[in-house]
Design a protein around this ligand. Structure first.
Ligand SMILES: Cc1ncc(COP(=O)(O)O)c(C=O)c1O
Length: 461
């Protein structure tokens, strides 16, 4: 027995009991964990794998919710954090600056496309989106267009949970319990073409966005917020030319384009920023998660010089902030993280191996439950269907059994962490650390194939 086993096994029951009694897990049906049901407790991470409290090894094909893009347990991040705590444990960016946030802002601005040169740090993705919504409204107000307050996003898109970000989020089931959210959130169709009629114009979704803007009156709209590759709904890619058309629509209507890259930045799609993959220039990028390798929470809003311009002179200021934004320990870890990206060419690695990853998933199409395979880079999804010919999906009840009753548990038990999700149609999503390669994709396939085959046998039998 290893020392880890000794430590964890001794306290396993206590941890389960304490978690049941006191921990409130996010987006979790706590009632689903009665006596006898085990809460998955992850105790250690190493490279592309994590270990649960029983010492069982799992391939982390979700990068701990799109966060640990450079893998787990990097000593250089711990060293950077420790050195920073000893040098300057904390100072705020609220009226003050400190070396690490300055260095990180310069580094991020150097990596961000075009004129995105100004970086406003936050502590999470929702906060970054919140800041972007506020700066968009403020920017229009500074230009005498204070009536421009609406934010257009897409259906089924997730942009965070704070009340402003939630207004942009296009998932009815996570909004209604808290309504009214911030006024002004509107939603256009997304680009998921799998269930579209075959003869639909590829730029249909962009045209619907234009229609919605027209319907709402462009003079009331502050910004459009979109992910490069939409996460919720299952790694929904844009059609060729979609973002170019969106950019034109925004320009024609003086609307700011926010690229929400809380997931799609930091190599997930093979580039530092997802917009680079699809060749569009946003006015604002929001990011978080993998910026620090997630060892320490940090997010950021990166804005173009033209967006910053009204705040640059005289007595103007952006009346927004939070104590921890730009935390020196987080900034130090983010700098160490970006060193790793550069040294190990993690973006290049994704571009090199994404084909192998995708081919492996495409190879599952012989299992009748596999309807669609889609995504980009190291962010891919498999959509599950009842009938591949008609593309008919599962009923809510079937979906519930399939995802929560069977797949999540079966994949986890056999050593694979990924995401079985039905925000939209049922999908399994994969976002492995960028350090993964053919060996890990083979490991993933060896678990996924028999579990999907069994799911089909059970649900069709
Ligand atoms: C695209 C996008 N925006 C915003 C958020 C919110 O980020 P956080 O959970 O850090 O608040 C998320 C979280 O997953 C996200 O995927």
């Amino acid at each position: 027995m290893s020392s880890l086993d000794t430590v964890v096994a001794g306290s396993a029951t206590d941890l389960q009991a304490a978690a049941r009694r006191h921990l409130w897990m996010h987006f979790t049906r706590m009632g689903g964990y009665g006596e006898g049901d085990e809460i998955p407790i992850i105790v250690r991470g190493e490279g592309n794998h994590v270990y649960d409290q029983h010492g069982d090894r799992k391939l982390d094909a979700l990068s701990a919710l799109f966060c640990c893009n450079a893998g787990h347990g990097r000593p250089e991040y711990a060293e950077a954090a420790a050195a920073q705590m000893l040098e300057l444990d904390f100072y705020t960016n609220w009226s003050y600056a400190h070396p690490r946030s300055i260095e990180l802002a310069e580094r991020v601005a150097g990596l961000a496309p075009g004129n995105l040169n100004r970086v406003f740090f936050t502590s999470s993705g929702s906060e970054a989106v919140e800041a972007a919504i506020k700066v968009a409204r403020n920017w229009h107000r500074a230009h005498g267009r204070g009536q421009r307050h609406k934010i257009i996003a897409r259906q089924i898109a997730y942009h965070g949970t704070t009340m402003g970000a939630l207004a942009a989020t296009g998932l009815t089931e996570i909004k209604t319990a808290f309504e009214p959210t911030m006024p002004g959130g509107r939603h256009a169709p997304n680009t998921n073409s799998y269930h579209w009629p075959a003869d639909r114009d590829p730029l249909w979704a962009a045209d619907r966005l234009a229609d919605l803007i027209e319907f709402e009156d462009p003079d009331t709209i502050a910004a459009v917020i979109l992910e490069p590759l939409q996460n919720a709904g299952g790694c929904i890619p844009p059609q060729e030319g979609y973002f170019q058309r969106v950019r034109e629509i925004c320009d024609a209507n003086q609307i700011l384009l926010i690229s929400d890259e809380v997931i799609c930045s930091w190599g997930r799609l093979g580039y530092y920023f997802g917009c680079e993959r699809y060749g569009y220039q946003p006015d604002i990028i929001t990011t978080a998660k993998a910026l620090t390798g997630a060892c320490v929470p940090m997010g950021a809003m990166i804005v173009g010089d033209h967006v910053f311009e009204p705040f640059a002179t005289g007595t103007a200021s952006f009346a927004h902030g939070s104590t921890f934004g730009g935390h020196p320990v987080a900034a130090a870890v983010a700098l160490a993280n970006l060193d790793v990206f550069e040294r190990e060419d993690l973006c290049g690695r994704v571009l090199e191996h994404e084909g192998y990853f995708r081919d492996m998933l495409e190879g599952l199409r012989d299992i009748p439950i596999v309807g669609d395979v889609r995504g980009a880079g190291y962010f891919q999804a498999v959509e599950l269907v009842k009938d591949r010919e008609t593309r008919e999906g599962f009923s809510d009840q079937e979906s519930e059994w399939l995802l929560r009753g069977f797949l999540s548990g079966a994949l986890y038990e056999r050593g694979l962490i990924c995401r079985a999700d039905d925000r939209g149609d049922p999908v399994i999503q994969f976002a492995p650390p960028l350090t993964c390669g053919p060996a890990e994709f083979d490991e993933l396939a060896a678990i996924l194939r028999p579990v999907l085959s069994e799911a089909w046998r059970r649900i069709s039998g």
